[in-house]
Each structure stands twice: as C-alpha cells, then as structure tokens.
Design a protein around this ligand. Structure first.
Ligand code: NAP
Length: 295
C-alpha cells in the first residue's frame, strides 16, 4: 500500500487516519476544504515519516468534486492504492425541521461525492487488478437513529454501496471495507445542525481508535468493522429485537437533543479551529505539496 487518498483529512477521524498511515512511509493525498488545516496535517505526517504528502482543498458538496479529486491524484502520481472516503457531517433534529435542501447538500458530501470518487477510481484499480476502498460509515448507518433521519439515511446509502461493491469487486482484486464508528470525540458534534445541540455530551472514543480500526481493516482486508461498545450492542440487539432497540434508541436520542435555540453546551473537541460556519464554504483552489526531508 503506497499511495493513499484520504477525504475529510483536515480534522477528527480523517486526520487521525492520515497520522496513523504516515509512519508506514506512504504517499498521502489529503482532501478537505480548509487549506490551513490540511497544511498542518501534511507537516505533521511528514514529521511522522510519510514519504510525500500532497493536499488539495475541495468542497465535496459540489457535484463533480469527487471525480475531480481522483483525476488530480492520478495526474500527479498515476497511481492510487487505497481510497479512504471519510469526509462527512451530521444533521440532527426532528424530521419536520430537517430542511430538504440542506439534506440534499449533505447527501452530496456524505454519499454522492463518495459514489463519484469510486466511479472515477475503479477503471484505474481494475486496470492494475488491485486496490482497496475504505468507507467511513456509521453504526447509525446500520440501524436508523431517531432525530438523525437524514444523516442515518445518508450513511445507509454508504452501507449499501459498500456491501454491493464488496461482492462485485472481489474477483477484480479490489478490497472493500466499511468502518462504522460509534460516538467519537471530534468537531463533528459541533457541525451537526448547531441549532439542535446535544444537552449532555457523551464520552466518545478517540479518533485514534477509529484510525487503528481503519488500519486493521486494510491490513486484514476486513469487510466490516463496528466500533464502540454501545454501537456493537445496538447492532446485536437490533438483530434480536428491532422493536425494543428502536424504543431504547428513541429514549437515548431524545435525551441528547436540546430544543432549537438552546444554548450550546461545553463539548470536548478535537480540532475546533478554523471550522467553516457552513457546509457550503468556499474551498480554495490551489493544491499544496510536501516532500519528506531526506534524513
Ligand atoms: N464523530 C462521530 O461520532 C462519528 C460517528 C460515526 C461516523 N462518523 C463519520 O466519520 C467521518 C469523519 O467525521 P469526524 O467525526 O472526523 O468529524 P470532523 O472532525 O468534523 O471531520 C469531518 C471532515 O469532513 C470534511 N468535510 C466536511 N464537509 C466537507 C465538504 N463539503 N467538502 C470536503 N470536506 C468536507 C471536514 O473538512 P473541512 O471542514 O475542512 O472541509 C473534516 O475534515 C464522517 O463521515 C462522519 O459521518 C463520525
């Protein structure tokens, strides 16, 4: 595994994944919107041992960007071994307050950009007869979560894509892994529908734990990885009793969603700096690059 592309690499899980791959002396191509954070992650990855790090700001809510980023990497390196589709954000609240236009924008990032990137990279991977696609889904892309109807639906779409491709691409030498984090301490929870704040911040897992799961999925060519005790419990309990699970999840979700306009709680954050206010923030057009200084 030499040439690795990671979307959503400017913070949280994507950043942790980049930093976990760096000591393997890989070449990394990092994508997100915030250029200054991508630069910071690139510098860190070079310091950790990555052979080369390039980054390119893309706003994946724009149709065509998922394709454009793959074309950019192939133009630069002529090779992609591993594509990690991680960029995404949430959207909480009662269904009648989840605006369809905002849902459409979220689907562009959480699903359509993923679909586009996979569509664009497959001829390359099939041509060489190997490659690996990793999708960062969610445990609530396995069982719908009340007050997260739109977000859950977007992650179910990712689950469906991953499951279908796993069966379709194995004979072509291409591995597919779906990594489903449960609650993870990242800036994700500030971005997700800020007008519907969580009342009691739950103690989430570290993004480094998710990064370790991504590495394991790649090394062992795993089809599914589910994370957190509660996440795994939910999946097992849903198999045994979907009705009871739905009730329990409704109780938990209701206790976690504040009324619209309620003051923001103190939430432990991983990388809050520089977060754009809106998912539709303009991405800068110029790409960056870094070479690992020779020892
Ligand atoms: N945290 C959790 O509890 C949790 C649980 C289950 C699944 N997940 C999934 O894990 C993935 C990573 O989330 P995280 O927890 O690490 O949250 P995060 O820290 O907010 O990271 C989200 C990443 O996605 C990028 N992104 C968002 N909108 C984008 C856009 N329009 N164009 C390009 N990049 C965009 C962000 O970069 P820019 O803002 O710089 O563009 C950032 O790098 C997401 O797919 C999320 O659904 C998270």
């Amino acid at each position: 595994m030499r040439d690795v592309v990671i979307t959503g690499a400017s913070s949280g899980i994507g950043r942790a994944v980049a930093e976990a791959f760096a000591p393997r002396r890989v070449r990394l191509f990092l994508v997100a919107r915030r250029r200054e954070l991508l630069q910071e992650v690139a510098d860190r990855c070079l310091a950790l041992g990555a052979e080369e790090v390039r980054f390119s700001p893309h706003d994946l809510s724009r149709p065509g960007e998922g394709t454009a980023l793959i074309e950019e990497v192939l133009a630069a390196w002529g090779n992609i071994d591993l594509l990690i589709c991680n960029a995404g954000y949430g959207y909480w609240g009662p269904m009648e307050e989840l605006d369809p236009a905002a849902m459409r924008r979220m689907m562009e990032v959480n699903f359509h950009s993923v679909y586009e990137s996979v569509y664009a990279v497959l001829p390359h991977m099939k041509g060489k007869g190997r490659g690996h696609l990793v999708f960062v889904g969610s445990v609530i892309g396995r069982r719908g979560m009340p007050f997260s109807a739109g977000y859950s639906a977007s992650k179910f779409a990712v689950t469906g894509l991953a499951e279908a491709l796993w069966g379709e691409l194995r004979s072509a030498g291409i591995d597919v892994s779906l990594v489903c984090p449960g609650f993870t301490d990242t800036a994700f929870h500030d971005v997700a529908s800020p007008e519907h704040r969580r009342i009691r911040p739950l103690q989430g897992q570290s993004p480094r734990k998710v990064a370790a799961a991504v590495l394991k999925a790649v090394d062992r060519r795993l089809q599914f990885v589910h994370l957190t005790f509660l996440g795994k419990l939910m999946i097992v309990s849903n198999r045994l009793s979907p009705r009871l699970t739905a009730r329990m999840m409704a109780l938990v979700a209701r206790s976690q969603i504040a009324e619209k306009g309620a003051p923001a709680p103190e939430i432990r954050q991983e990388t809050p700096r520089g977060r754009p206010d809106s998912p539709a923030v303009e991405a800068e057009e110029t790409a960056g690059t870094g070479q690992r200084p020779e020892a």
